[in-house]
Design a protein around this ligand. Structure first.
Ligand code: UT7
Length: 363
């Protein structure tokens, strides 16, 4: 029976991909650039190294590689996409959007494309939009990308921030899900009163970049880290609880939690407040640093490819970032891991071959 066109339907992730640039900036490299130490960075943040894009690599160049990998995992072609949402704070330029440039590079001719600006929470916001639009029958196949070339807005003379951030991209392809499968809940929030705690003061319509701004590095990230830290722990704790309650689940039901990778101490504090064992939490901040909107889809892709998620598992995403913004989402995982899918496919091929041999027919 066909569903009435206004029926709300579910959405799920059917393929993931990630990409980080080749160049690695280690803590030892940073020791030569600012007054810092490997020990301080590791103890205070958990970061050992981060990847930095080449000068001629724009955010869309990182995004296109992650997106192709996600499409390949989803067994979809660029022309299957009818919507591309790119969560980024570092688009290639102000106009056109990073999403439109990505659409052109992918050759996704049928897709509508737009950027979403919610800083480190961007991927969770994007999941919410994809789910809503698939649910409302406005889209069938949606690509959600989190991508950042944060090195383009990091002040490499400011030790408070330059040790934290890295570049990278993560992508997910979403399609309709059966009831009770896929994304079960998404909760998002923001508080513009705290906007100045993490900002790029000049270069927008409020304040043009002039010589004074250029000398003060006001076109680069300024952050009051300590203030953010406290808000981040509380906000992530509360939104994960909300997303779990909306999904009718508890922390005990979760196989994995994939938090935004801003600081290992933030993640540990949130985890302890919620009573979640460390082995359930995906951590890769040591290798990538804080990649803002890319950190959750990068971590998800790694978890999928390492076989840490199986169909039926519950996984939660939780993020906090500039704006300030925060949010969480809970999913019942549906995508078979690549290895299992390949094995299943091989078994089917073998069965068809032996059936064909038994009936004397060529395949
Ligand atoms: O992505 C989402 C948004 N971002 C966040 O949520 C980030 C949240 N904040 C944080 O992760 C932490 O606050 C930081 C990692 C940024 C800083 O850690 P902290 O423990 O809060 O350090 P602090 O800012 O209180 O600084 C402690 C000391 C200061 O020296 P004094 O004033 O005590 O003498 C800093 O100047 O550490 C100094 N410091 C450093 N020392 C060596 C700051 N940065 C460095 C550095 N190396 N890189």
């Amino acid at each position: 029976m066909s569903r009435p066109p206004d029926a709300v339907r579910g959405a799920t992730i059917v393929g993931t991909g990630m990409y980080v640039p080749e160049r690695i900036l280690t803590n030892a490299d940073l020791e030569k650039m600012v007054d810092t130490t490997d020990q301080w960075i590791l103890d205070r943040t958990g970061i050992r190294e981060r990847h930095i894009a080449a000068c001629d690599q724009a955010s869309s160049d990182l995004a296109v590689i992650a997106s192709r990998r996600a499409l390949e995992a989803a067994k979809r072609a660029p022309d299957d996409l009818d919507l591309i949402i790119v969560a980024t704070t570092t688009p290639d330029r102000i106009l056109p959007s990073c999403a439109c440039t990505l659409q052109q590079k992918l050759g996704a001719r049928r897709a509508a494309a737009y950027d979403l600006f919610a800083a480190c929470t961007g991927f969770v916001y994007g999941l919410g939009q994809a789910r809503a639009l698939i649910g409302a029958h406005m889209a069938e196949t949606v690509l959600v990308v989190g991508v950042e070339k944060l090195s383009s807005i990091v002040d490499y003379t400011d030790r408070n921030t330059c040790v934290l951030f890295g570049d990278g991209a993560g992508a997910a392809v979403l399609r309709e899900a059966p009831p009770g499968e896929g994304i079960l809940s998404v909760t998002i929030q923001s508080d513009g009163n705290l906007g100045e705690v993490l900002e790029v003061p000049a270069g927008g319509s409020a304040r043009a970049l002039d010589e004074r701004g250029l000398l003060a590095h006001d076109h680069k990230i300024k952050m009051r880290g300590k203030e953010l830290f406290k808000v981040a722990v509380r906000a992530m704790d509360e939104s994960l609880r909300q997303a779990l309650s909306d999904a009718g689940l508890t922390c005990d039901d979760l196989k994995l939690v994939i938090p935004h990778q801003a600081n290992r101490r933030i993640i540990d504090a949130m985890r302890e407040r919620l009573g979640i064992p460390a082995e359930k939490v995906v951590l890769n901040i040591d290798r990538y640093g804080n990649t803002s909107s890319a950190s959750i889809p990068i971590s998800l892709d790694e978890a999928v490819r390492e076989g840490r998620l199986e169909p039926g598992d519950y996984v939660a995403f939780v993020a906090f970032g500039g704006g300030v913004t925060w949010g969480a989402s809970v999913m019942r995982w549906t995508q078979p891991p690549p290895v299992a899918a390949a094995l299943a496919e091989a078994t089917v091929t073998r069965k068809i071959a032996s059936l064909a041999a038994a009936t004397g027919r060529a395949t």
